[in-house]
Design a protein around this ligand. Sequence first.
Ligand SMILES: [Zn+2]
Length: 89
Amino acid sequence: MIIGPPPLKWEEKGKFTRKINTVFHLGKLVEIYRQLNSNEAAIITQLRTGKTFFNEYLYKIKAVDTAACEYRYKELIAHFLFSCRKWRQ
Ligand SMILES: [Zn+2]
């Protein structure tokens, strides 16, 4: 069993991207991208759009068998960045 938040309602889709965009202060996003090399820019874009190497997305496109991380939590971007035990020290 995977532990994770309930599926998003249609009005909530894109909420994470909007949150990330807010963090980047939309108007300054282009300037931030100019300071990054192409690999760094690609990672930021993946995090903004949700199309990443995390199991939640890979499961959606049927590339892996589970959406969970090794601790059985749904491997969402926010989980990876803020709460996954794998990355705590
Ligand atoms: Zn985890």
